[in-house]
Design a protein around this ligand. Structure first.
Ligand SMILES: C[S@@+](CC[C@H](N)C(=O)[O-])C[C@H]1O[C@@H](n2cnc3c(N)ncnc32)[C@H](O)[C@@H]1O
Length: 238
């Protein structure tokens, strides 16, 4: 793997590695060990290091729109899931959230209604080398097979329809989170949760990340930024 300014290149194919600063032959890449510097055919210096989960995660296959890292950050910090946690996620989409959570939790079971997306998720699980994620090709509104789970995360069009399934699957004190891009979805989800005697509604938040460009004395917010992604609503089963 090599760094070009802000970019890191992952070489996971048995091919020569071509970059805008020259190329490396596959035989030379295979011999390269983590920590050493290598020089491309045009004389540019690269540092080789072993890729970590995040390097591979950023290259997963995409079918459905994936949840951004800034939003995953809030889900993880508000629930404090750890290596004892069992998590249910739906819909899997590209499996981005399911795979990220599986890198932290004991087990993730992901529900996806579309067979073509299930295949993408299975590919991504294999690519990331995860052994603790299962994908179920099922409609989550019809129920969740698992019981006593610590967290149910919903990223699908009508999350309020999964409230009963989530209630039956969650342990008391477990978290129910819904991630939705638009206001009518949060309204219907929160109103359903507020009326439900087995849930306590906690809050809804939107995370706005503003990255800054720092180049000598040119210090300012980056001109291209992520706009709106989604609202995150939190509840707990009682
Ligand atoms: C926006 S994507 C989820 C993206 C995912 N969180 C990620 O980070 O990759 C929404 C997914 O929900 C799936 N879906 C919609 N309704 C569903 C249902 N009732 N049960 C299971 N999956 C459903 C869709 O097919 C789609 O793949």
């Amino acid at each position: 793997m090599n760094k070009i300014g802000r970019k890191f290149l992952v070489n996971d194919n048995d091919k020569d590695l071509h970059t805008q600063f020259g190329y490396f032959k596959k035989e030379d890449i295979k011999k390269a060990k983590s920590g050493i510097k290598v020089v491309s055919n045009t004389g540019k210096k690269f540092t080789v290091f072993d890729s970590s989960f995040i390097d591979l995660y950023k290259r997963i296959k995409r079918g459905a729109q994936i949840i951004p890292l800034k939003d995953i950050g809030l889900i993880v910090s508000e629930t404090a899931i750890n290596n004892k946690s069992v998590v249910v996620d739906a819909g899997s989409g590209s499996g981005a959230l399911a795979c990220f959570l599986a890198n932290i939790a004991k087990e993730v079971i992901s529900y996806e209604i579309r067979e073509d997306f299930v295949k993408i998720v299975e590919h991504n699980i294999g690519y990331l080398g995860l052994k603790n994620v299962k994908v179920r090709n099922k409609n989550i509104y019809d129920g969740i097979d698992e019981k006593n789970v610590d967290l149910v995360v919903l990223d699908l069009p009508e999350p309020w329809k999964a409230a009963e399934s989530a209630k039956n699957a969650l342990k008391v004190g477990g978290f129910l989170i819904s991630y939705s891009p638009s206001i009518p979805q949060i309204m219907d989800f929160v109103n359903t949760i507020r009326k439900h005697e087995d849930f306590v509604y906690l809050k809804t938040s939107e995370i706005i990340e503003r990255e800054w460009e720092i180049d000598e004395r040119k210090v300012r917010p980056r001109s291209q930024a992520i706009g709106h992604s989604g609202f995150i609503s939190f509840a707990r089963k009682i």
